[in-house]
Design a protein. Structure first.
Lengths: 114, 767
């Protein structure tokens, strides 16, 4: 399964890169979401994937080494939340930018003073 | 000695506290302090003359082995005396001179600091510290030259001087570090002890060249002399100080200071003396044809600095002695002449030599002072300048190589000096009186005090040179490393040297008479010079600088073009290359895992995610794009759920839902996508994106189960229930083991929320 999931990660990266290369600012933001999802998956995969053994301390599974690794999960959880914060802020910025300039084209941003 | 420097610093800042009604007396106060410092140093004279050296060392940055180190020996003593004494006279002079200008508080502030940093420079015996003072003098002279900052010329000249001396300063710094790396110390004493090691190291030559670049730029040696001409834009007291005892003399000081460390080699002798000789000739030759009296003096300074450099270059017993005597000679007459030039400009309103005439009737005192100073410059007895010149000739005779050539060059330069001296004296004071200066005379008569004292000193020390001998004797032993019996005499008897002196004076007089009697001579000569020396260094400098600025702005535009997507392309391409290189080098391309489609529902999920991702990327409708993106996110959360990451799945679902809501809210106000890129652009981007995706796939595969360091996960699992009383390990990590990180995360969210709130509110108010 790892190969398929790795390929999915690669696909999400490719989609993200393609989107952030668009001139449309909205597509750029969606590209960021893609990239952050892809990176979360990458970190998650790197610890190895185990089915059905969440990192809960319980009596049924006395050997803690057989549990899923909790550390990457904690990292990814933080990353999801932070990524959300960034995207929401950029989105608000984008909305404000559009109401001021009526454009979605990042090429019109090349000059700072206008 | 540190106390002296602190005194300067405190004094400079205290100037701003002086109440308005007595602020006119400020320069006198500083002058008195300078006199006090002079007295302080004079006190040490018997001690130093007896051969003692006073060292002071204060811990500064001990763990870098950097200390504040000061040394008062024969060499630093004479410079300290010159700086404080001429500083005293300059401030007395400035009181009258600067009366009519505004912003004098700023002026005295700079000038006091300048004095102080020059003093720090000559007292330093740690070279890092010396370099700091060196740069301070550069910066302060920049501020002083640009004092009339409303004049464009002054600003340009100041920038030029900062640029040239700053460049030299950097060279010097590298040179110092090179030498420091040889002996592993920046202390003068260590450098002196290991002088042989330094001279035989293979870093010696580059270090020497760099240090000399610093010295030559500071001391206005050819071809860096042009900044000193621009420095004429400074108020006259500054010019007088810069040219006589400070700034340009800093380079000479450093040459003397480093003579026992770096000097005496063939490289030193050749570079220093050739540059010195060249500067001496160019300065003296060009001086004759100038018409601005301040410029004439500036060129003679350049010539004199050339002589000093030359003397330190030719390696004879006498040359150092001659250099030290000439240092005093030049300091006295040049300060006096600049002050006189300022006085003449004040009373007549002009600096053009040929507009003056017959001033002897109006200001006989001015004439006497000018005569004494100019005779000293020409090297005519009984002035101190005569002794200086005789010594220089003698030193050149002793020179081990090409002494005859040196004599010829020296005589040529001095002939021009004599001619310039006579020309100044007679053009200004003789002939018919063409200007009415009586009204201004009484107003500015105090300007004659300082040059008067200096002229008297030139005369007095010429008649009684033994006083000077006691001063410079300890300095010679510091520079040359051995004691020397010094006899200074005005009258040497009839010998070859006197013969050469007479030839010099006669030649100069003839040249002068020729110029004086032929009105057109100067302009014709200038035309010839313009042909011969068609390089205008100032213009070369400014056009060079302009070209450089256009060049770099073009380059900057090439890299900083402002197109976001090209920045990203650059980053992605370089990241891809680096990643693939590293992957290939460390792990190779082969894949160890087996390909399987089981469990099928996960494979099916991957297909759904892939389809929705593709739809999100390529859809032309923004609602579709966002919805497809949400499907992707939900799909990923299911993957998390299947592979034991319950908390991740929950978080992802919540976040995804929130995100979709936000997007829909915003999308309401946005139009649909418009077509912005052509087909070829899309293909190019797709190729870049796909190659990056492939590399990331490999990275993901290679990253699985790589344990470079032992994981701390086991610690968390073992202690989660025991220490933190929680059974869900992921939650315990977030809120207990790494609670502070979560706190930071919450802060980020709060800030983002505040940002969103503010942005949306801005929109409402429409501002």
């Amino acid at each position: 399964m790892e190969i398929l999931l790795s390929a999915l990660t690669g696909l999400l990266y490719a989609g993200g890169v393609y989107l952030i290369l668009r001139r449309s600012i909205l597509k750029f933001i969606i590209g960021i979401i893609f990239l952050s999802n892809a990176t979360n998956l990458l970190v998650f995969l790197s610890a190895g994937i185990i089915h059905g053994k969440p990192a809960f301390i319980n009596e049924h599974e006395p050997d803690p080494n057989l549990l899923a690794d909790p550390l990457p999960q904690a990292l990814v959880l933080t990353a999801i939340v932070i990524g959300f914060g960034i995207v929401i802020f950029t989105l608000a910025l984008k909305a404000k930018f559009f109401s001021a300039t009526s454009t979605d084209d990042s090429d019109e941003l090349i000059n700072t003073d206008q | 000695m540190l106390i002296i420097l602190i005194l300067y610093l405190v004094l400079a800042f205290a100037l701003f506290l002086i109440p308005k009604n007595i602020s006119k007396q400020t320069p006198l106060l500083i002058a008195l302090v300078q006199l006090g410092i002079f007295a302080f140093f004079i006190n040490y004279l018997p001690n130093i003359a007896a051969g003692h050296v006073i060292n002071q060392s204060i811990a500064w940055i001990p763990h870098l082995e950097l200390n504040l180190e000061f040394t008062l020996d024969g060499l630093s003593l004479i410079f300290a005396l010159l700086i404080s004494f001429i500083g005293f006279l300059v401030f007395v002079y400035a009181k009258t001179y600067m009366k009519s200008y505004t912003g004098t508080a700023r002026f005295y502030f700079y000038l006091t600091l300048f004095s102080g940093s020059m003093m720090g420079l000559v007292l330093s015996s740690n070279f890092i510290q010396l370099f700091i003072f060196w740069e301070l003098t550069s910066i302060l002279s920049f501020l002083l030259i640009s004092f009339f900052n409303e004049k464009e010329q002054a600003r340009k000249a100041a920038f030029q001087s900062l640029f040239v001396t700053g460049f030299g300063g950097l060279c010097l710094f590298v040179g110092i570090i090179l030498i420091g790396s040889i002996v592993d110390s920046y202390s003068l004493s260590v450098w002196l002890e290991n002088a042989d090691v330094i001279r035989s190291d293979n870093k010696y030559f580059p270090a020497l060249v760099l240090v000399l670049l610093g010295v030559f730029t500071k001391s206005a040696q050819f071809p860096f002399h042009f900044w000193l001409l621009g420095a004429m834009q400074a108020p006259t007291p500054v010019s007088a100080y810069l040219h006589s005892a400070t700034m340009v003399k800093a380079g000479i000081f450093l040459l003397m200071r480093l003579y026992p460390v770096l000097g005496g080699t063939i490289e030193w002798t050749y570079i220093v003396s050739v540059i010195g000789a060249l500067t001496m000739l160019v300065g003296a030759y060009v001086a004759v044809t100038q018409i601005d009296i301040k410029l004439i003096l500036a060129y003679t300074t350049i010539s004199a600095l050339g002589i000093l450099t030359l003397l330190l270059g030719i390696d004879t017993k006498l040359s150092v002695k001659a250099a030290l005597v000439f240092l005093f000679v030049h300091a006295f007459y040049k300060a006096a002449l600049f002050m006189l030039a300022g006085f003449l400009t004040k009373i007549s309103g002009t600096r053009v030599l040929y507009k003056f005439g017959g001033l002897i009737k109006h200001t006989p005192w001015g004439f006497i002072i000018a005569m004494l100073a100019l005779l000293s410059m020409a090297g005519i007895p009984p002035m101190l300048g005569f002794i200086g010149k005789e010594l220089i000739y003698e030193a050149k005779f002793e020179s081990p190589w090409v002494s005859s050539l040196l004599i010829v060059l020296g005589v040529t330069a001095n002939v021009f000096m004599v001619a310039v001296s006579f020309l100044l004296l007679f053009k200004i004071f003789w002939g018919e009186s063409r200007m009415d200066v009586t009204s201004a005379l009484s107003k500015y008569k105090y300007l004659l005090i300082s040059p008067g004292i200096l002229a008297l000193l030139s005369l007095g020390l010429g008649l009684f040179p033994d006083l000077l001998a006691t001063l410079i004797e300890p300095a010679i032993s510091i520079i040359r490393g051995y004691d020397i019996q010094l006899k200074l005499k005005l009258w040497h008897g009839f010998n070859l040297i006197l013969g050469i002196s007479i030839i010099t004076v006669l030649g100069g007089t003839l040249l002068f008479i020729f110029i004086y009697n032929n009105k057109g001579a100067i302009s014709a000569w200038q035309r010839i010079n313009n042909r011969l020396f068609s390089i205008d260094f100032t213009r070369v400098f400014s056009t060079g600088l302009e070209k450089f600025i256009t060049f770099s702005s073009k380059n900057t535009h090439l890299i900083q073009h402002g197109y976001n997507r090209y920045y990203i392309i650059t980053i992605i391409i370089f990241t891809s290359l680096l990643l693939s290189f590293q992957l290939y080098m460390n792990r190779g391309w082969e894949i160890n895992s087996d390909f399987t489609l089981r469990p099928f529902y996960i494979s099916g999920l991957v297909v759904i995610i892939t389809l929705s991702a593709l739809m999100s990327v390529f859809s032309k409708n923004s609602i579709f794009t966002v919805t497809a993106m949400a499907v992707t996110g939900y799909g990923i959360s299911l993957i998390y759920l299947y592979y034991s990451a319950v908390d991740l799945a929950i978080t992802q679902i919540i976040i995804e839902t929130l995100m979709v809501v936000m997007f829909v809210l915003v999308l309401r106000r946005l139009p649909n996508f418009i077509k912005l890129s052509g087909r070829s652009t899309k293909i190019r981007d797709a190729v870049i994106a796909l190659s990056f995706g492939v590399i990331m796939t490999f990275l993901a595969l290679k990253a699985i189960n790589v344990d470079i360091h032992p994981s701390i996960s086991d610690y968390f699992v073992e202690n989660s229930a025991v220490k933190a009383y929680g059974k869900n390990v992921v939650n315990v990590i977030l809120v207990d083991f790494r609670a502070l990180d979560t706190m930071g995360e919450v802060t980020v969210l709060v800030i983002a929320a505040l940002g969103v709130f503010t942005l949306l509110n801005l929109k409402k108010s429409g501002k």
